[in-house]
Ligand binder design. Sequence first.
Ligand code: ZN
Length: 93
Amino acid sequence: MGDPASPSSANPPAPRPGGLSLEEAAPLWDGFRAGNPVLCPEDTGPLALSVDGTSAYRLVCTRCGTASSWFEMGATGIQVRTATVPAPRNEDE
Ligand SMILES: [Zn+2]
């Protein structure tokens, strides 16, 4: 019944379900662009930037894996990427 000997303080960080909202990512992105270190809101781990193509970005915690949605630069700030990845074509004839 259970395992009373197991430590309870060694839980590895887990990514937050749903990841970072754009509202959270926006100031982090601003800080990142300004050259400031940006930290994960979940566990204060360092955030890294992922780039997809030339215009889509995502912030990912290198410690727990919490990530923002893919976003792109809009006229007034970042916005969730609206362009969907085109599905591969199986039949092109
Ligand atoms: Zn984290």
